[in-house]
Design a protein around this ligand. Structure first.
Ligand SMILES: CC(=O)N[C@H]1[C@@H](OP(=O)(O)OP(=O)(O)OC[C@H]2O[C@@H](n3ccc(=O)[nH]c3=O)[C@H](O)[C@@H]2O)O[C@H](CO)[C@@H](O)[C@@H]1O
Length: 344
């Protein structure tokens, strides 16, 4: 059986990697041909050609809506989204996918709406505890809505309850097959897929204090205000699993996909959610780490370096590693999609 699938979800790694993980798991069961709607100039246009050159990319010129939603600038942005819907409709009419998957972010909206208009089965996947606007709007057209956390159920209307499935967030971690090894504990600092200047500064201060550790920082290409022998700065890490494998402690923002990865790999962590995130959703994601007893959440507004230093020392000493194999939520989602598509 060969299935044609059209996908949207990107701009940030948090939306992109779950989509790729689902596609890779679908391929374990059936042949798939993939058309990916990307956003012009964004992360997916750099990553997909590198890891899946066989996917076709269809680039859309869209921008997300600013908050508060009632700003003048949003009129032009909304117009771009509606215009891109026409392009998506045309592409989907020609491509005739068997189904469409969206994993959120503003690019998902025109693609999901077009799928609904053309009566193509639509699957929505949400990473965050607090669902994103596009996914919420599209949920009423979806055949199934896959949720990462059960707390998300309350955000959807009661009449959609039957379509909701709590699966966990698909984990897509690339390995270079290269075993890294360090002779001191490794503290991995990731400011999400775009980096965080705030965490870059924290990394500098920690490197100065914790001489008996290596600090590895994914900086997102943002400014790092120091150079230090035990601080290794990478603009972007292509093989996260290799670094997760050697990390004793991870310091991160509250992006849902990073949080899910930390939970999946049972990595002790200190989470400092980005407070500018829409509806403070990063704080809600981060709380899941505390719920599982895997780490601690420190609010940026209550931040003090001394507190972080103390928490990082505790985190490095935790050494909690649950090596038992877990089922990747992507596998559950892939099986469910195939079951649904066969039913139609
Ligand atoms: C600024 C912004 O809009 N942030 C949102 C975005 O975050 P963002 O893209 O930062 O999302 P996450 O932290 O959830 O995920 C980042 C992903 O990129 C990967 N990675 C990261 C750094 C690196 O060097 N290499 C690498 O591969 C991580 O392993 C992870 O898979 O999507 C998340 C999931 O919807 C949301 O919760 C975040 O609030």
């Amino acid at each position: 059986m060969k299935l044609r699938v059209a996908v949207a979800g990107g701009v940030t790694g948090g939306h992109l990697y779950p989509a790729i993980s689902i596609l890779e798991h679908l391929e374990k069961f059936v042949d798939v041909e993939v058309l990916y709607f990307s956003v012009k100039g964004k992360l997916e246009e750099r990553i997909i050609p590198k890891i899946h050159p066989e996917y076709s990319l269809e680039s859309l010129d869209v921008q997300g809506l600013k908050r508060p939603l009632t700003t003048y600038e949003n009129v032009a942005r909304l117009f771009k989204i509606l215009k891109s819907k026409q392009k998506v409709l045309k592409v989907l009419r020609g491509y005739k996918p068997d189904f469409v998957i969206v994993t959120g972010g503003y690019v998902s909206y025109p693609v999901g709406i077009a799928a609904h208009k053309l009566k193509i089965p639509l699957f929505v996947q949400e990473q965050n505890v607090v669902p994103g606007l596009s996914n919420l709007k599209l949920s009423k057209y979806a055949s199934k809505i896959f949720l990462s956390f059960k707390d998300s159920r309350d955000y959807f209307p009661k009449k959609l309850r039957d379509k909701l499935m709590v699966t966990g967030n698909p984990i897509r971690i690339s390995s270079m097959g290269k075993k890294l090894s360090y002779d001191k504990p490794v503290i991995l600092i990731i400011g999400g897929s775009g980096g965080s200047e705030f965490l870059n500064e924290v990394a500098c201060k920690l490197a100065k204090e914790l001489k008996n550790s290596y600090i590895i920082l994914s900086s997102g290409g943002k400014k790092v205000p120091c150079k230090n022998g035990n601080l290794k700065v990478l603009n972007y890490i292509d093989n996260m699993v290799d670094y997760y494998n050697v990390a004793s402690c991870v310091i991160a923002r509250g992006g849902a996909t990073t949080i899910s990865e930390l939970l999946y790999f049972d990595l002790p962590s200190v989470i400092i959610p980005w407070e500018g995130s829409t509806e403070s959703h990063q704080l809600e994601n981060a709380r899941q780490i505390e719920k599982e007893g895997l780490g601690i959440v420190v609010k940026e507004s209550e931040f003090s370096f001394e507190k972080i230093l103390e928490k990082v020392r505790e985190c490095v000493n935790l050494n909690k590693r649950n090596v038992k194999r877990k089922i990747n939520p992507a596998e559950v989602i892939a099986r469910e999609i195939i079951r649904e598509v066969k039913r139609v």
